[in-house]
Design a protein around this ligand. Structure first.
Ligand SMILES: C[S@@+](CC[C@H](N)C(=O)[O-])C[C@H]1O[C@@H](n2cnc3c(N)ncnc32)[C@H](O)[C@@H]1O
Length: 263
């Protein structure tokens, strides 16, 4: 089951990347059916995206704007888990400047090709896109100052492992500053079982208290989950009964935590 989910996620995001490479806007499922539109729309200010390649903006499939909320400083090393077309990596690279570095990590070849094409168009040198899984981050221990991510951890079938890996690669004192979909209270089984809602970032969403519990279990401190957008799915094309049941209980949130220790 978990391998099936991972392969389906890869296929869907490969399709999304190919759409963008063909000049269209990316989406994370059949149009409207995954509920992505209320999730991914209008996340960035025009001023922020004005200097970015069009392909990076069209490929944006996040649920927040982690670099706007994260406190990034010149010279820092940032890692974006599930970097997609690279929008948040390119924004981070600007913020950390030439003495810093922004890594993007993604498992989908087509997304990596798109991200690397966007990097070439943007002409930035302090960026590197890595192929790999967020459950096995291909970086050494204590090598990153800030972990960002935008609507990806919900897609993982092993969130405990992702958080343990995030903790491992962060330096002592390093920050976890992630946008993700979370839910409030129980989500009906029919939603949890829907592959379409899984790839659309809903079915795999953690309950907000569970997210905090798993972060604490991984070793993080100073944990908070702050809702940034609460979704009403009435016009998103999801089956009406399911939409009614989850409306107002699924949200985009900004999740912060810190690895203990001094930098
Ligand atoms: C919803 S998109 C978000 C992309 C990007 N963060 C953004 O804001 O546009 C999810 C991305 O995460 C990648 N992804 C999903 N699960 C992953 C995993 N387990 N390991 C690595 N990448 C993963 C997908 O290939 C896809 O590019």
């Amino acid at each position: 089951m978990s391998q099936d989910i991972k392969e389906t996620v890869k296929e869907k995001y490969a399709e999304a990347a190919l759409k963008v490479l063909g000049g269209e806007k990316g989406s994370c499922g059949p149009s409207g059916a995954c509920g992505c539109d209320p999730i991914t729309e209008n996340l960035y200010d025009a001023a922020e995206t004005s200097g970015l390649p069009e392909g990076a903006v069209l490929a944006s499939l996040g649920c927040g704007n982690p670099t706007a909320l994260a406190d990034l400083h010149a010279g820092e090393v940032v890692l974006d888990l599930g970097s997609g077309g690279g929008i948040d990596v390119l924004l981070s690279a600007k913020r950390v400047g030439p003495t810093g570095k922004a890594y993007g990590l993604d498992m989908t070849d087509e997304m990596l090709a798109l991200a690397r094409a966007n990097q070439a168009k943007a002409g930035v040198a302090n960026v590197e896109f890595l192929k790999g899984e967020i459950e096995n981050i291909p970086l050494p221990d204590a090598s990153v100052d800030v972990i960002i991510s935008n609507c990806v951890i919900n897609l993982s079938v092993d969130k405990r492992r992702v958080l343990a890996e995030a903790f491992r690669v962060l330096q002592p004192g390093g920050r976890f500053a992630v946008s993700d979909v979370v839910c409030r209270g129980e989500v009906p089984d029919a939603v949890r079982r829907s592959m379409e809602l899984w790839v659309g970032c809903i079915a795999g969403a953690l309950e907000e208290n569970e997210y905090q519990r798993l972060l604490a279990e991984a070793g993080f401190t100073d944990i908070s989950v702050e809702p940034t957008r609460i979704y009403e799915f009435s016009d998103a094309g999801i089956d009406n009964v399911l939409a009614r049941e989850i409306s107002g209980r699924v949200m985009g949130a900004f999740i912060r935590a810190r690895k203990p220790g001094l930098r």
